[in-house]
Design a protein around this ligand. Structure first.
Ligand code: SF4
Length: 76
């Protein structure tokens, strides 16, 4: 199974332009837009992470992804 983590743009998210929320989940469920590539085969969204912002913590996305991997490993 392909496991998908969405990294959302903090700037756009704060302006509600691309919030990385239910709209992503609905699009994924329908396999629309960028999720069209997942039409064939088994896949799941396993997390939505924040980038940390332009002037913010540049390591946030990496740290969030590492934490997500740990959490997924604990669920096995
Ligand atoms: S670094 Fe800035 S432009 Fe890039 S994704 Fe994050 S908020 Fe958006």
């Amino acid at each position: 199974m392909k496991r998908i983590a969405i990294l959302k743009c903090s700037m756009l998210s704060n302006q509600n332009l691309c919030p990385g929320d239910a709209k992503c989940l609905v699009s994924f469920m329908r396999k629309e837009g960028e999720f069209d590539r997942y039409k064939n085969g088994d896949s799941a969204i396993v997390g939505i992470m924040d980038c940390g912002g332009c002037e913010g913590n540049g390591n946030r996305a990496v740290a969030s992804l590492a934490l997500l991997k740990l959490q997924l490993a604990a669920l096995k």
